[in-house]
Design a binder for this molecule. Structure first.
Ligand SMILES: Nc1ncnc2c1ncn2[C@@H]1O[C@H](COP(=O)(O)OP(=O)(O)OP(=O)(O)O)[C@@H](O)[C@H]1O
Ligand SMILES: [Mg+2]
Length: 233
């Protein structure tokens, strides 16, 4: 391996090379897919329906196994799903964030400190005792992010986390994730169809039929997709 490739790899929190994945009896979803997300950066993943975005995120989270290719990812991966109702499992906010810490065998005081710190990071400390059913969609997404922070995840993968949110809450969430990435040196990969969210990221990938066909400056990619949408109309 040459030095440039080694450097790129050592600075990447997410490193994917030549990843191939097919569903059983299905066509190839990812076809020699490669990308790197630098540590401490907020990148977005764009692409039409069925281009393989969710599949790629599931592979990165270890929820699926590739047929071939390489994945290297920093330790501790948090996942935020599109539907806020599909990820919180406990009856209250504090219990839900604490639930993710069960495997770490911490003392009650340590769990409490981690939960409070994580809730403060997403600015929801005052909701610690609130029942989950009483939260808005945007608050639920922030609790899911707090869960990842409490587990001290270095990488957060978010699959269309704003798809079911109203426009104001949508932009609040994306701004907050950007702030968290920058203030805590996290790395985030965020899937979206909403082009206004691109204003908040460091870079973006465009996926087509399971391959990265363009990447880099979010503004350039936004212009490209807007032009393509106009042509399609
Ligand atoms: N559980 C599954 N079993 C079989 N095929 C699947 C399964 N999940 C997804 N697929 C197929 O894999 C392909 C890629 O799907 P994927 O969900 O990764 O796309 P996506 O880019 O996330 O799309 P969207 O923007 O609609 O969320 C699609 O053709 C889809 O039909
Ligand atoms: Mg998807």
């Amino acid at each position: 391996m040459n030095t440039t490739a080694t450097n790129a790899m050592s600075q990447a929190a997410i490193h994917v090379r030549d990843l191939c994945f097919s569903w059983p009896q299905g066509a190839a979803v990812l076809q020699s897919c490669s990308l790197d997300v630098p540590k401490g950066e907020f990148w977005m993943l764009l692409g039409t329906n069925g281009s393989g975005k969710s599949t790629l995120l599931r592979l990165l989270a270890g929820l699926l196994q590739p047929q071939s290719g390489e994945i290297q990812i920093s330790s501790g991966v948090g996942f935020v799903f599109q539907n806020p109702d599909h990820q919180l499992v406990m009856p209250t906010v504090g219990a839900d964030v604490a639930f993710g810490l069960v495997e770490e065998k911490l003392s009650i005081a340590q769990v409490n400190a981690r939960v409070r710190e994580a809730l403060a990071a997403v600015k929801l400390l005052d909701l610690q005792r609130r029942p989950i059913y009483a939260l808005s969609g945007g608050q639920k997404q922030r609790i899911a992010i707090a869960g990842a922070i409490a587990r001290q995840c270095e990488v957060i993968l978010l699959d269309e986390p704003t798809a079911l949110l109203d426009p104001d809450t949508q932009l609040d969430l994306v701004a907050q994730v950007r702030n968290l990435v920058k203030s805590r040196e996290l790395t985030a990969l965020w899937v979206t169809h909403r082009l206004d969210e691109l204003n908040y990221c460091d870079g973006a990938f465009l996926l087509e039929q399971g391959q990265v066909v363009d990447q880099g400056d979010p503004e350039r990619l936004k212009q490209r997709l807007m032009q393509e949408a106009n042509v399609a109309i």
